[in-house]
Design a binder for this molecule. Structure first.
Ligand SMILES: Nc1ncnc2c1ncn2[C@@H]1O[C@H](COP(=O)(O)OP(=O)(O)OP(=O)(O)O)[C@@H](O)[C@H]1O
Length: 344
């Protein structure tokens, strides 16, 4: 039976790939039994409205085409609806952390085929005050610079990686006073930053919250205690390598609900976008959205899964290379190279 999809796309995303690819994408979906109509977003917040409207109009699925920003907006339009159709993703943005986390490739044909195959995975989403996030929320002295770094590094983790490269660019660091309340752990003190993660793949770093899985019904909280500049650099580098868990400067715990407040003015970063200021109440909506994912694991950056599906992996070598690199730049270069090849 033919299915009806609403494709919500950001025409300005990434390198404006959707403008060029749209007819091909519609054709491929149509041939795969998915009749698709489109909504091109016109600015901030439009994808949220478009997703809510698509649900009201009874579409069988919603396809978000853009980067993490567009995806976040689409999730925000779906989260409060009683009926939530499956969500397909075409990662054509500059930052596609979530698509990477669930193994959806940037290659548009392969991404369309994943949607056509209709294999879904039900995932948790995070709620903060009245907004939703799919990957990560965070705040700290660095968040304020979010919008001044290259757009592909807009998430806090991306920024941390960026600043670790050139210390002369390291912004004025100051600890913030944070009050953290949860059933599992509560603390009041001076911290450099806090991260609240839904998935374990954040900004290409898979080991930052190694316990986190997208469907465990839990948020992973990472706090970095007050430290001096030299320690900060050392500790962030450790964290980006996934070697931070035994260091006493870090506090990590899992919870369903956490309240974060501060006497200091502290901005919040939600999936790479500005998300308001503290105080915030974070909770998890367990198994809330069905995402169409690749059942073969071919494009997964998760090494174990990748090995398990080795026989299916056409692009195994390229992706193994990416997995091995602890370095954000290697991952980004690889993505850029892949993208350039597709554009040829
Ligand atoms: N027509 C439009 N013009 C300008 N901005 C738009 C338009 N439609 C949507 N947006 C905004 O662009 C933001 C970023 O989009 P998205 O994440 O899809 O792309 P991206 O290429 O990864 O972005 P960025 O370069 O900001 O990382 C969205 O949060 C959305 O609010």
């Amino acid at each position: 039976m033919v299915k009806r999809a609403r494709l919500i796309y950001n025409p300005t995303s990434g390198r404006e790939e959707m403008k060029k690819r749209l007819p091909d994408i519609l054709n491929r979906l149509e041939r795969g039994g998915i009749e698709t109509s489109c909504h091109a977003t016109i600015g901030e917040g439009d994808a949220t409205l478009a997703a809510a409207t698509a649900i009201e109009r009874g579409f069988d699925m919603i396809i978000a085409a853009g980067g993490d920003g567009t995806l976040n907006e689409v999730i925000n339009g779906m989260a409060e609806q009683e009926h939530r159709p499956a969500l397909g993703i075409l990662p054509v943005g500059t930052t596609n952390d979530f698509a990477r986390a669930v193994g959806i490739p940037k290659n548009w044909e392969a991404a369309c085929d994943i949607i056509i195959r209709q294999h879904s995975r039900v995932i948790d989403i995070g709620k903060v005050n009245e907004k939703y996030f799919i990957n990560i929320a965070g705040g700290g002295s660095m968040t304020e610079l979010t919008y001044e770094v290259p757009s592909r590094l807009k998430t806090m983790v991306g920024q941390l990686a960026y600043y670790m490269k050139g210390l002369e660019k390291l912004p004025r660091l100051r600890p913030i006073e944070l009050d953290i309340r949860s059933e599992e752990y509560s603390v009041n003190g001076q911290f450099m930053l806090f991260l609240i993660s839904n998935s374990n793949s954040v900004g290409g770093f898979e080991k930052l919250a190694p316990m986190a899985t997208l469907d465990d019904g839990l948020l992973d909280v990472i706090l970095l205690k007050k430290c001096n500049l030299a320690d900060f650099v050392k500790l962030v580098t450790l964290a980006l390598r996934g070697e931070h868990l035994n260091d006493s400067h870090f506090v990590t715990f899992q919870t369903k609900h956490v309240e974060v407040s501060s006497k200091d003015y502290t901005q919040l970063n939600l999936d790479g976008e500005f998300g308001g200021t503290l105080p915030c109440s974070f909770s998890v909506l367990p198994k809330h959205i069905s995402v169409l994912v690749d059942e073969t694991g071919t494009y997964s950056y998760n090494m174990k899964k990748h090995r398990d599906h080795h026989e299916h992996a056409e692009h195994a070598d390229t992706h193994t290379e990416a997995c091995d690199g602890d370095n954000k730049d290697e991952l980004q270069d690889l993505e850029d190279r892949e993208h350039d090849e597709q554009m040829k």
